[in-house]
Design a binder for this molecule. Structure first.
Ligand code: LMR
Length: 341
């Protein structure tokens, strides 16, 4: 009898498709690919919280499986895979959409946003909200912007003044604006996939990099660099994206609930990012990493060195978008100072 039952189970499981993790045969399976750590990066944390909520609140209808650390796709392959229906969600950084749209170049302009509050306010503005639809004609729908944090520079020698970067090779994301920013320093940009950055820094393929505290900590970049210079020179921002075909294939009530959970997680996790970043910064120090802070004069020199990048991309990005972002940044900075401008 036992043998018969076992044979039956075996025959049944061979006939059914393999359902990973919490998924059951009645679920719409949503694969969510990321390149980051599931525990130390704001995107990794948000993706898992989102998956847990969907799997609990939409059990039997939708099931989300998160694949962190580039275990399913790298950012340079994920969008094509999405269009082919092999993955349903991803949140590449805005620097990685160049093959699909140039509108996100705005976010890579050095020293445009003072902090993440200004980034949030711009994204909520009409100019920012419109950007989510920039890839509709290419079959992709932007769902939500997720923060990662402000970017910092590091290298295998001390970076205090912009001239210290001269002649060095920096790993960059595949973004023409970031490439121009590195060239403006008299340095050489090299685009390398996120999963290969640690070994590229360790083996000297490149000398330096720019990223957020959480990525510098989780990927252990600080261990193979002389130190990290707190430049806050740019933002690392993500777009949660899906294929428009997949989104339209969801029954309306399911789509509504799915997007509503995503929105709630977005609001909650974007509000928590500053804390996640501060924790990573503290963890780097606790692990013996060296952090350099800039004096106002040193910082002003970095701003000046990278300023020409703005003129180079002004037409591409749209002067009206730059003006809108600057106005928001200025207003928020004034509010923070309390002068009520
Ligand atoms: C990078 O490639 O440095 C980042 O885009 C990785 C990430 O997703 O945070």
């Amino acid at each position: 009898m036992k043998a018969l039952a076992a044979a039956l189970v075996l025959a049944l499981s061979a006939a059914l498709p393999a359902f990973a993790g919490p998924c059951t045969p009645s679920d719409i399976v949503v694969k969510f690919a990321t390149v980051v750590s599931a525990t130390d990066n704001p995107k990794g944390i948000a993706a898992q919280i989102f998956a847990d909520r969907v799997n609990r609140e939409m059990a039997g209808k939708v099931c989300v499986i998160v694949y962190p650390d580039s275990t399913l796709y790298d950012d340079d392959t994920v969008l094509q895979a999405m269009l082919q229906g092999d993955v349903q969600l991803a949140a590449p950084s805005l620097s990685k959409f160049e093959a699909f749209t140039k509108v996100f170049r705005l976010f890579d302009l050095p020293f445009l946003f003072t902090n993440l509050a200004a980034v949030s306010a711009f994204e909520a503005s009409p100019a920012g909200a419109k950007m989510k639809n920039a890839m509709l004609s290419r079959g992709l729908t932007g769902l939500e912007f997720w923060h990662s944090g402000m970017k910092q520079f590091s290298a295998n020698r001390p970076l205090v003044w912009p001239a210290d970067a001269k002649g060095l090779k920096f790993r960059i994301q595949p973004s023409d604006v970031i490439a121009a920013e590195i060239r403006a320093l008299g340095a050489q940009p090299q685009s390398i996939a996120f999963s290969d950055v640690y070994s590229a820094l360790k083996t000297g393929v490149v000398d330096g990099q720019e990223n957020t505290w959480s990525n510098i900590y989780a990927q252990k970049f600080y261990k193979v660099q002389d130190g990290i210079t707190e430049t806050n020179h740019g933002v690392l921002e993500y777009l949660v994206v899906t294929s428009t075909d997949f989104l339209n294939s969801l029954p309306p009530a399911i789509r509504r609930q799915f997007l509503s959970i995503l929105h709630q997680v977005t609001v909650e996790r974007n509000a928590a990012v500053t804390q996640v970043e501060a924790k990573s910064r503290a963890a780097i120090l606790a692990a013996g990493g060296h952090i350099r802070q800039l004096t106002p004069a040193e910082r002003a020199a970095w701003v000046k060195a990278m300023q020409p990048v703005w003129a180079e991309f002004r037409a591409d990005v749209g002067p009206e978008n730059i003006a809108a972002a600057q106005a928001i940044d200025k207003r928020l900075a004034a509010q923070t100072r309390g002068d009520g401008e």
